[in-house]
Design a protein around this ligand. Structure first.
Ligand SMILES: *[C@@H]1O[C@H](CO)[C@@H](O)[C@H](O)[C@H]1NC(C)=O
Ligand SMILES: *[C@@H]1O[C@H](CO)[C@@H](O)[C@H](O)[C@H]1NC(C)=O
Ligand SMILES: *[C@@H]1O[C@H](CO)[C@@H](O)[C@H](O)[C@H]1NC(C)=O
Ligand SMILES: *[C@@H]1O[C@H](CO)[C@@H](O)[C@H](O)[C@H]1NC(C)=O
Length: 395
């Protein structure tokens, strides 16, 4: 119906009295209809707010949901005196909000029924391995590296598994941490990010003795050939895993840098190039592996025990590409956004992000890995808090 048709019809209808009355009624209703429209718009906005649900909560609600995400600051003590470690805390600004300090209870071997007989699984990079190793030091547990010769090793190497120049790298092998008194076990398996073409087999970085790559290459293959068989060897059934944390960032960042360097013959000033191919690829792969994880680790109560996804942190020292990192953080937040379908099964671990904006250089253990103090203390408290929340509902 064109505007002129409407006008013509209107002028025709205005001539008859009953219709003039109904027009008056309509005019009287107009503010209400306008209000209804406004309310509809408001409810649409409400949907948008649901997408960043956490930000819309009151200070108290935010603290109740996750004190580690409540705005605050990092209190640090970089003293190497072990007794000072407790000062490394995330302190929310809100007066009634605090992050629980659970590590001292574990170190003191206090009775903690929620920690008894638990299994925590980490699937990620060396940053996650550092988490496990530092946690184990702080919690006075024991770390074991599952070398291929270890009876629990899942790695059954076929003869042609390693090509000339490739070797088994200890750091890339699974690590486990046991805290006997609680029958608590943390299991770490390493992966090389989301690339799909065995990129790191072809692109050998560093001196041969520093080369890091050990097959299998892909996220999915390492999940099914390393992590799952290892869990089975450890008698940890999928349904008995209490907490899973996954990440994919550091090797993806390296992949992006490598790929763009190739395209641009090594010119540093072109390092930013390639974002238009890399970032959509990264988002697609994050979505793919998220589905794989949901199917591999079906959660009985996903809201209560989501899979944790570690948010990329922009490291403070010598990071050649902080803007790459920021872009990848945005991609991660997009994929796992609150209100999205994946947020039913995943929750973001923000402990890397809270390292930003402070005395970063001293907070990093090297150019990639956050240090034991303050980071690993905060991460350990966070993971213990998240586990306790899953088991008991307590925040
Ligand atoms: C913050 O750390 C300092 C040591 O660096 C310590 O004296 C202080 O008690 C800590 N504050 C809190 C609230 O933990
Ligand atoms: C560590 O700190 C504690 C308590 O402040 C102190 O008693 C102890 O002597 C310190 N240890 C070292 C090695 O400085
Ligand atoms: C802080 O929490 C306590 C105990 O839950 C409560 O009684 C008090 O009113 C709270 N104070 C503020 C400022 O919210
Ligand atoms: C797993 O269970 C089997 C059968 O009960 C047992 O023989 C084996 O020692 C267990 N392995 C571990 C690592 O606990």
């Amino acid at each position: 119906m064109s505007i002129t048709t409407i006008k013509r019809r209107a002028s025709r209808t205005l001539s008859s009295r009953p219709i003039r009355v109904s027009l008056l009624v309509l005019l009287a209703l107009a503010p209400w209809l306008y209000l209804i429209k406004l309310l509809q718009l408001a409810s649409l906005a409400g949907n948008r707010i649901a997408a960043s649900h956490f930000d819309s909560l009151s200070t108290t609600q935010r603290c109740q949901q996750n004190p580690f995400r409540s705005p605050g600051y990092l209190n640090t003590s970089l003293s190497s005196n072990e007794t000072d470690y407790e000062h490394n805390r995330w302190i929310p600004f809100a007066s009634n909000c605090s992050t629980p300090s659970l590590l001292p209870l574990v170190r003191g071997r206090e009775p903690l029924p929620w920690l008894q007989n638990r299994a925590i699984v980490l699937f990620g990079s060396s940053v996650d391995r550092w988490h496990l190793v530092y946690f184990c030091e702080l919690a006075h547990g024991t770390v074991e590296i599952i070398q291929p010769s270890h009876p629990l090793s899942p790695l059954q190497l076929p003869p042609d598994f390693l090509q000339p120049g490739e070797r088994i790298v200890p750091g890339a092998q699974p690590h486990i941490c046991r805290v006997e008194e609680y029958n608590l076990m943390l299991v770490f398996v390493f992966h090389y990010g989301l690339e799909e073409e065995d990129h790191w087999r072809k692109v050998k970085i560093g001196r041969p003795e520093e080369r890091h790559w050990t097959p299998p290459g892909s996220f999915e293959a390492r999940l099914s050939h390393l992590l799952l068989p290892l869990l089975s060897n450890l008698n940890i059934s999928i349904s008995s895993i209490d907490l899973i944390e996954v990440s994919s960032y550091e090797w993806d960042l390296a992949y992006w840098q490598q790929a763009s360097r190739y395209r641009n013959s090594g010119a540093e000033r072109h390092l930013q190039d390639g974002h238009e191919t890399f970032l959509p690829f990264y988002v697609r792969r994050l979505q793919e592996v998220a589905e794989v994880l949901i199917n591999t680790f079906p959660r009985r109560h996903p809201q209560q025990m989501p899979i944790l996804w570690r948010v990329p942190h922009v490291s403070g020292r010598n990071d050649p590409a902080p803007r790459f990192a920021k872009a990848m953080e945005r991609a991660t937040r997009f994929v796992f956004a609150e209100g999205g379908s994946l947020s039913q099964s995943f929750e973001l671990d923000e402990t890397g992000a809270i390292l930003e904006g402070g005395g970063q250089s001293s907070w990093m253990g090297d150019h990639t890995h956050p240090a034991k103090y303050p980071h690993a203390v905060v991460w350990s408290d966070y993971v213990l808090w998240r586990l306790r929340k899953s088991i008991t509902g307590e925040v």
